[in-house]
Design a protein around this ligand. Structure first.
Ligand code: ATP
Ligand code: MG
Length: 243
């Protein structure tokens, strides 16, 4: 059985899709087979980020209606072990029952399955994921987003699911002027265990042009650390100034 991660946030635009792709590339470079599932019905974007938008014919809704899983898989040209199932182009196509069957099959087929959820909380779909799935709540270091992560953490724990925190778009100098003066303050307010910090990065803004990350860049280093932690390794946080 592969590992399942669900990338979520209450509010939009905090970097869920960017984090999903970054983690997908990191796991892939660590030798894993990875499936990215775009859950953002009507507003899909992972096909653009991975550079497969011209090839996509089938999507998640076709698999939920009975098409073979492999018919709707698209390989990232730069990382053949990184596959995508695009989100349905229209809304209202994902029902919890067939989604649960699909999620189970995906977990049996891949080492790592990453669900990139849209903003908002959808407990019925979250609860349809295989047991042991880990929710990765993404927040940026501003107080609104951190409070949002706390609300998400509460809902997820009420549903008896497990979540961790990823802080995205971190800038050391900015962080000194913010309400939460340090990472501990963010963790305390969000009430979630931290699994990693991703820096603000020009390279990540350009992801839908490059479709990958430089092997030795700061962004890749951050995603590699997170992927290794999620794989059970004990990886220390680097000095906060160096993230
Ligand atoms: N670490 C980062 N450094 C710089 N830019 C980033 C970073 N993370 C995300 N961005 C930028 O922020 C914007 C939103 O990112 P993204 O689409 O990943 O967010 P999202 O949470 O998936 O949004 P939505 O809620 O609409 O699905 C994009 O322009 C992306 O390039
Ligand atoms: Mg997104």
């Amino acid at each position: 059985m592969g590992k399942v991660f669900a990338v979520t946030s209450g509010k939009g635009g905090v970097g869920k899709s960017t984090v999903s792709v970054g983690l997908g590339v990191a796991f892939c470079r660590q030798g894993k087979s990875v499936l990215l599932v775009d859950m953002d019905e009507g507003l899909r974007c992972l096909d653009l980020m991975l550079g497969v938008e011209k090839e996509t014919v089938l999507d998640l809704s076709d698999v939920l209606c009975g098409r073979e899983l492999e018919d709707a898989l698209y390989s990232c040209p730069l990382h053949p072990n990184l596959k995508l199932i695009p989100a349905p182009a229209d809304t209202g196509k994902i029902d919890a029952f067939s989604f649960a069957t699909f999620a189970k099959e995906a977990t049996e087929t891949f080492d790592i399955v990453i669900f990139d959820f849209p903003a908002g909380i959808d407990i019925s779909l979250y609860s349809s994921l295989p047991k042991g799935s880990l929710f990765l709540t993404v927040a940026v270091p501003d107080p609104v987003s951190v409070r949002d992560a706390a609300a998400m953490a509460l809902q997820i724990s009420k549903a008896e699911l497990y979540a961790r925190l990823i802080i995205n778009r971190f800038v050391y100098k900015q962080s000194l002027k913010m309400k939460h003066k340090n990472i501990d303050g963010i963790i305390d307010t969000a009430s979630l265990r931290l699994v990693g910090i991703v820096p603000e990065s020009e390279e990540l803004v350009m992801l839908s042009v490059a479709h990958s990350l430089k092997k030795r860049g700061k962004a890749m280093a951050a995603f590699s650390r997170i992927a290794r932690r999620l794989d059970g390794e004990h990886i220390l946080l680097p000095k906060i100034k160096k993230i």
